[in-house]
Design a protein around this ligand. Sequence first.
Ligand SMILES: Nc1ncnc2c1ncn2[C@@H]1O[C@H](COP(=O)(O)OP(=O)(O)O)[C@@H](O)[C@H]1O
Ligand SMILES: [Mg+2]
Length: 284
Amino acid sequence: MATDTKIAQSSTATDLTGGSSFPRGKNIIAVASGKGGVGKTFFSISLTQALTRMGKKVLLFDGDLGLANVDVQLGLMPKRDLNDVIRGRLSLDKVVQRYEDGGFDIIAGRSGQASLSALPSQRLAMLRDQLIELSDAYDVVVIDLGAGVDRTVRMFSAFATRTLLVSTDEPTSLTDAYAFIKLGSAAGMSKNVSIVVNMASSKTEGEKTYKTLLKACENFLRLSPPLAGMIRQDPKVKETIRHQTPLLTRSPNCDAAGDIEKIAENAYQEMLEEAKMLAKAARG
Ligand SMILES: Nc1ncnc2c1ncn2[C@@H]1O[C@H](COP(=O)(O)OP(=O)(O)O)[C@@H](O)[C@H]1O
Ligand SMILES: [Mg+2]
C-alpha cells in the first residue's frame, strides 16, 4: 500500500531531476531509505564519524527537515539551522556548526519545522547550489535524506555523487527500497545507488536480503545496484542513541562499528571513482 502510494505520487514530478544539465557534486554521499525507522539517521552520523576517523574533513547535512533528528541523536541544541537558510535569513555557510566530540561539521535541521518538500523548486535549487559550493571546503559531504522518494529526495539524490540506500530485511522495508530504485530510475538517478542492509541478524541473513533486492532490480528494472555493505543488529546502537553519543566514540569495537567502518571505506572509494568518471565526462 505504502509502495503504491509512493509510486503514484512520484510519477508526477521529475522537474528537478529530469534534465541532464543539473549540477552533480563530486564528493557528496546521500543516505536514503524507502521507509523511515531503518536506521538512516544513525547510519548517516556513524558514516560521517567513520570518514572523519579515516582522516577526511566531513560535513553532515540534515536533509530530513520535517523529522530532523541528527541534532536529537547527538543531543545538540543548534543555535542556527537550515530553517534560517530556508527563510532567507542566513546563507548556508553561516549555519555550519562544529561538532567537537565527533570532529566533524554539521548543518542541522530542526525537528517539527515545515519540511523541505514544501519549498518552491527555485529555493530548493538555490539550496542545492549553495551546498555544492560549500562542498569544496570538504573531502566529503554526507546528506541524511528524508524517507521516501519525494521531490526533495530526488533532487538531493540526483546531485549526489553516490546514494546509499538503507534497507532492513523486513519485507516492507525491502519493497520500499525497491520502489525507491524503481522511481529513481524513472527520474534518471538510480545508476549511482548502492545498498546498505541494516539490522542484519547475521552476515548470511544480510546477504540474503541484498540478493532478494538485487534479483528484483535485475529482473524488472535491468539494474544491478551494488552492495555497499551490511550492518549487523547490535544492542550497542540503541545504547549509544540513548546516550546521545556517536557509536564510534562510545563503542568503537562493537560489531556495528566495524561494519560501518568497512562501508565507509567502500563508499569513499565508490565516490572517488564516480567523481573521476564525472570529470572525464565533463571533459568530453
Ligand atoms: N544496526 C542496528 N542495530 C540495532 N538497532 C538499530 C540499528 N540501526 C538502527 N537501529 C535502531 O533503529 C532506530 C531508528 O533509527 P533512526 O536512525 O532514527 O532511523 P531513521 O532515520 O531511518 O528513521 C534507532 O533508534 C535504533 O534503536
Ligand atoms: Mg531519520
